[in-house]
Design a protein around this ligand. Structure first.
Ligand SMILES: [Zn+2]
Length: 315
């Protein structure tokens, strides 16, 4: 994703109270609980694949792993393939979004999205901008949360169904003018066209994008677009409200950065009110240091447990 406007004030560092805030919750690995420890295991497995940019062998290996994981948990997986032309070579590149449906019989639905491609190069790295980019926080973290949520969402009571959508090509970007969000834009266009044709498509009441949610110094401010659009503001209030009631202080209840991310095409093209859940204060963003060491199970648990509780409270 890209940042457009950066608010100036860096908020209080929560690192000191972070462990105390969820230290006890992190020990909970029983049925029905979101386990940060298990989510971190998924994160480590994805990181071990190495770089996973769109069209690469690493991406293909990752795709097989996550498809098998979601199918084993009982999700119905469909592949939404599309093709782009590489702007450097003119060669076609095969892309694939993954849609994982839970409770497909429920017509009123929520979308939980994450991009699963990694940026081709760590171009903000001051030493090695053409080096290896692992994309553990920026890329794998949202996927790891969804992998841990799978069995929990499967048992979600109520009337609301959930789809996980893994977006390809959020940042198949080699040069400053290359377009972002190819996967979510394709998905949003397909969705909008199907709705217009009145076909048998799901109806999403809202959505969340999970991106960069594993930083060990996690602080999730409200993303500015999400907090200001009238249709997404209620979603922001709900999610940060759940976090406040749970005492999850990594969710900071005020706006900070304006971030262009997959929520923008989903909302502007697909008309799905989608909120971006992102910690944009990550010093290792788009560098060779976006590695497992910079991430924590506690952070994954903070995010996953809030999202799960938000879903459980949905009427
Ligand atoms: Zn990125």
């Amino acid at each position: 994703m890209r940042v457009r406007v950066e608010m100036l004030r860096r908020a209080v560092a929560w690192a000191g109270c972070l462990g105390a805030a969820i230290g006890s919750a992190c020990a909970a690995e029983g049925p029905g609980e979101f386990s940060g420890t298990r989510a971190f295991t998924h994160l480590a497995a994805l990181a071990a694949l190495g770089p996973r940019p769109s069209g690469s062998a690493g991406m293909e290996r990752q795709r097989e792993i996550v498809v098998a994981h979601f199918q084993a948990a009982g999700g119905r997986v469909s592949r939404q393939a599309f093709q782009i032309r590489d702007r450097r070579t003119g060669q076609p590149v095969r892309m694939e979004n993954l849609v994982v449906e839970w409770h497909p019989g429920r017509s009123d639905r929520v979308l939980l999205g994450a991009h699963y491609d990694t940026r081709p190069f760590p171009d903000r790295d001051p030493v090695d901008p053409r080096g290896t980019f692992l994309g553990v926080n920026d890329g794998a973290s949202g996927v790891a949360v969804l992998m841990e949520l799978a069995s929990l969402v499967r048992d979600l009571p109520g009337e609301v169904g959930v789809d996980f959508v893994l977006f390809d090509a959020e940042e198949y970007v080699f040069a400053p003018r290359d377009p972002y969000f190819l996967g979510s834009t394709f998905f949003a266009r397909q969705y909008a066209a199907a709705r217009q044709a009145d076909g048998p498509t799901p109806r999403y009441r809202c959505g969340l994008i999970l991106d960069m949610v594993a930083d060990r110094d996690l602080e999730i401010f409200q993303e500015q677009h999400s907090a200001s659009w009238p249709d997404t503001r209620p979603v922001v209030d709900e999610v940060w409200g759940v976090a406040a009631r749970m005492g999850v202080r990594q969710f900071v209840p005020r706006p900070k950065h304006a971030v262009e991310d997959d929520h923008v095409p989903l909302r502007t093209i697909g008309r799905i009110p989608t909120c971006d859940v992102i910690d944009f204060d990550y010093p290792h963003w788009h560098t060779t240091h976006d590695t497992l060491e910079q991430c924590s199970a506690e952070s994954l648990e903070a995010v996953g447990s809030v999202v799960l509780q938000w879903l459980r409270e949905m009427k």
